[in-house]
Design a protein around this ligand. Structure first.
Ligand SMILES: [Cu+2]
Length: 131
């Protein structure tokens, strides 16, 4: 009886989560072509798990770097900017990689950049929105 009640409760809980939109983990994809990220923006839910798949279609290594809230890079990207990094993943030429992190809790717009020398200057910037 206790087991049945537990199963009933867990099923109900799953239904409530779906109805209320509580299970809102995100799966996002990033493709690098030339010195650009595709797409140029992503939106995820605050504090939820984000799974990133990065496909590097170019002949050089790239990084997809999410900056902390309210931080901006002062070009060129250097050692002093490392503390501004919230999370990052990198992919070598032709590589496909996957990584997971938890989205920042604070809703807002965050900067995405590539931390490789002179890549940001060449246009490797994008926007990450937390709602
Ligand atoms: Cu790059």
């Amino acid at each position: 009886m206790r087991t049945i009640l537990l199963i009933l409760f867990m099923s109900l809980h799953s239904i409530v989560q779906v109805v209320l939109g509580e299970t809102t983990d995100s799966t996002i994809t990033v493709t690098t072509t030339g010195f650009q990220f595709q797409p140029q923006s992503w939106t995820v839910n605050s504090g939820k798990k984000v799974t990133v798949t990065i496909t590097n279609m170019t002949v050089q290594e790239h990084e997809w770097v999410l900056l902390k809230a309210g931080t901006k890079i002062t070009l060129p990207f250097g050692e002093d900017d490392e503390q501004k990094v919230y999370w990052q993943i990198q992919a070598k030429a032709g590589e496909i990689k996957e990584g997971t992190f938890f989205a920042p809790l604070e809703p807002g717009t965050y900067d995405i950049i590539c931390g490789k020398p002179r890549h940001m200057e060449r246009g490797m910037k994008a926007t990450f929105t937390v709602k």
